[in-house]
Design a protein around this ligand. Structure first.
Ligand code: BGC
Length: 746
């Protein structure tokens, strides 16, 4: 029956009238030589961007382009240069315009907070508008294709690339993925010259690298992958994402870039994705290192498995002709990939106007403008998580403040990982932002690390010739004559992002020493934490008076941080990753399973249960957690009905009251627990959230509709099912607190 339906479908498709795009591409491909087709499958970096082996210099790229051997270039936002490259592309070979890519990850020239920080806003309109602004700037710089969103779920703070994603939760990650796609590509299904094509990455499961070590092997079964990690990739496809980037890692023993299940079966056949897939940087030739074969073998297998474009390995352009001769790939395989890339160019409107994104008059009016920077500042205000406050915050602008710490004057660390702006060094520093509004003194206070080699690898300047003791002593002297100390500590931009994994996720030793000395002065110490990953802050939580986690807040970082420190803005962000107590707990995530011998998150050690001798199980700060300058109280959770039929809807409600004396935003979270199922289920799963503004003293009722969709999961047979039975429905301010009610699905 299935076969008959499939045949009928194919027949229908064959008889369906051809779209203008199909007709255009048919006639174009009729004129193309094999060499020209293979050229479309090839992608090179230009202008010196390198994250792996450097393949060719810029002269060689020009030659390759003239020979029709390049379908796209990436890594440059230099409009004049890209115009020249486009000139060559349209005047040589089949005259096909280039697609021009770039790692636009959190803003372009105007830098926004890193994606992990953006996720802590839990504000999908905000994320969409950040992508919109980035699209505007990138498209005014000659770029029509962005290597974003990065939607890899990550449960392990050791992995440096946790900074680039939306945290540990697949539901939230799915909402975030959709918001990025809407923002970059626009919502009307047509690319205008301010819309750019997304490239959803890294497909798939790159964030599950074992032990948090970059590029490492992933060990997951399909069911856990689908339930815990895949939703963001899936939602991006449903939202209309037009391209994906295959990842470096393997899945089920097959590298992702040659994984037929991931690319053809799941992404295309199951989720209906119609666009093209590009490999990550040299991912095709890295399949040789994975032990799969030589370049010809891995290139052929990658193409057959659904990969369309090869980034930087020259495997497709170099070996597919031979593979065709040997019957390892067919002409249909090559045509399919070529067509998908031509379709992307057609959708972008490049055949109508190859210079659509190369308008030199836009740059001055649209890039790095005062308006864009103001937007970045407003965004950064929504992305700082207040982790601790014993009442010392907000600060008075009249206080005498000692601003100390190696991150205080580090503009590059405000930009964070994967910021490709030429303005990284101009970001407003923490010191500058604070000094603009208050009376301050300054001392660097410490190195980053005591170890000189490590210190040198991660720092961005500063006085590192001075001995650590002297730096600390200077800071202590400044602290003694101040009313309050702001310690700017944490990780530089070089400590997260690609190839920046750590085995120790505490604050670097030299900075810990500084904090200890500052504490000993008896002055109140506010720790401003710059970081690209969750850190284990047990000591700091015990000793600091306040901790404000500002991540890497972008171009206007210092201003936005001062806005929070001095109370002009009430913080509202909440964590989207668990903050561990120790590296030994990793991977650590709130939506874990119960085990047969469960142990309370905060209970002391007990024999013969799932626990550690030397540490409790729970995080230091849980998923969903974050403080504000006001307080919120949650009422009881109520359900519109205690029972629900399979196709029904039940509304879960709670009343939230702002019990403090400031207006504020609260992120209200809905979780479920499937109590009995045919497969084991997590102890809690996020299924909804709302960010609500509540005036001081006021209450609002927050409602969440629950349908079988929220209660479904992939069972052992990989079917998306809602199994009848009991569910606990929780609503609270984070994954650990709040009330619950019982729902029975019939
Ligand atoms: C990274 C990708 C990036 C690509 C191109 C790779 O090393 O993994 O995230 O898009 O380089 O710069």
């Amino acid at each position: 029956m299935k076969r008959i339906l499939l045949l009928a479908g194919l027949l229908l498709a064959a008889c369906a009238p051809k779209s203008d795009m199909d007709k255009y591409i048919d006639s174009l491909m009729d004129r193309m030589t094999l060499e020209q087709k293979l050229g479309q499958l090839n992608l090179h970096a230009v202008n010196g961007l390198v994250t792996g082996a450097k393949l060719s210099d810029d002269d060689a790229n020009v030659k390759a382009l003239q020979a029709g051997q390049l379908g796209g270039v990436f890594g440059s936002g230099d409009l004049a240069y890209l115009r020249q490259m486009q000139d060559i592309a349209v005047s040589s070979g089949a005259g096909i315009p280039l697609i021009t890519g770039m790692d636009v990850i959190h803003g372009f020239q105007t830098i926004y907070p890193i994606p992990l920080a953006l996720s802590t806003s839990w504000d999908m309109d905000l994320i969409e508008s950040v992508a919109r602004m980035a699209a505007k700037e990138a498209s005014a710089s000659g770029i029509n294709w962005v290597y974003s969103p990065m939607v890899d779920i990550c449960r392990d703070a050791r992995w440096g690339r946790i900074a680039e994603g939306g945290g540990e939760d697949p539901y939230l990650g799915g909402e975030i993925a959709k918001a990025y796609v809407r923002g970059y590509q626009g919502t009307d299904g047509v690319y205008d010259d301010h819309d750019v094509m997304v490239c959803v990455k890294h497909y798939a499961l790159y964030g599950a690298a074992e032990a948090g070590r970059d590029y490492n092997t992933v060990f997951l079964n399909r069911q856990e992958a689908l339930n815990g990690y895949m939703r963001p990739y899936q939602q991006a496809a449903y939202a209309g994402a037009d391209s994906y980037m295959s990842s470096f890692n393997e899945f089920e023993g097959i590298p992702a870039s040659m994984n037929n299940y991931l690319m053809n079966e799941l992404l295309r056949d199951t989720w209906g994705f119609k666009g093209f897939i590009v490999s990550d940087y040299t991912a095709v030739s890295e399949e040789i290192n994975h032990g799969i074969g030589d370049l010809q073998e891995v290139s052929a297998r990658s193409l057959k498995a659904g990969l369309d474009m090869d980034m930087m390995a020259d495997g497709f352009v170099g070996t597919l002709e031979q593979s065709l001769k040997e019957g390892k790939v067919s002409m249909a395989d090559i045509d399919r990939a070529c067509r998908r890339i031509l379709e992307a160019k057609y959708k972008l409107g490049l055949f109508d106007d190859p210079y659509k994104y190369l308008d030199p008059s836009r740059a001055a009016a649209e890039i790095y403008t005062t308006e864009n920077k103001a937007d970045a500042r407003k965004t950064a205000q929504e992305c700082q998580v207040l982790l601790k406050n014993n009442g010392v915050l907000p600060l008075s602008k009249n206080a005498r403040i000692a601003v100390v710490g190696p991150l205080a004057k580090d503009a590059h660390s405000m930009a964070g990982a994967w910021a490709t702006s030429s303005h990284n060094g101009e970001c407003v520093t923490l010191y500058d932002g604070i000094a603009e509004v208050a009376n301050v003194t300054y001392a660097q206070g410490s190195r980053l690390f005591k170890d000189e080699t490590l210190d040198r690898i991660v720092r961005n300047g500063g006085d590192y010739s001075a001995p650590q003791e002297r730096l600390v002593a200077e800071a202590v002297a400044k602290a003694r004559v101040a009313d309050i100390v702001i310690a700017c500590v944490g990780e530089t931009n070089n400590m997260s992002g690609e190839a920046a994994s750590r085995t120790d996720v505490t604050l670097p030793d030299a900075q810990k020493e500084l904090l200890k000395a500052l504490k000993a002065t008896g002055k109140p110490v506010v720790m401003v934490l710059v970081t690209g990953r969750p850190l284990a802050l047990v000591d700091e939580d015990a000793s600091m008076d306040a901790i404000l986690n500002v991540w890497a807040p972008g171009t206007e970082g210092g201003h936005a941080v001062a806005d929070i420190l001095f109370g002009d803005v009430n913080p509202s962000a909440k964590l989207t990753t668990s903050f561990p107590r120790s590296v030994g707990q990793l991977p650590l995530y709130y939506n874990h399973k119960n085990t047969g011998r469960p142990h309370g998150e905060f209970d002391p050690f007990k024999k013969f249960v799932s626990a550690y001798l030397d540490e409790i199980n729970g995080p230091l700060y849980p998923f969903g957690y974050g403080l504000s300058y006001t307080t919120h109280e949650y009422g009881d959770v109520s359900l519109s009905a205690a029972e629900m039929p399979q196709n029904g809807t039940v509304t879960a409600s709670v009343t939230v009251t702002n019990t403090g004396d400031r207006d504020g935003d609260e992120i209200v979270q809905l979780y479920i627990h499937d109590i009995y199922a045919t497969s084991t289920r997590p102890v809690k799963e996020l299924k909804g959230f709302k960010k609500v503004h509540i005036a001081a003293g006021e209450s609002v009722q927050v409602d969440f509709p629950i349908t079988t969709e929220e209660l479904s999961y992939y069972n052992h047979d990989l079917e998306w099912v809602c199994e009848p039975g009991d569910f606990d429905i929780y609503i609270g301010p984070d994954c650990q607190r709040g009330g619950s009610a019982r729902l029975t699905v019939r």
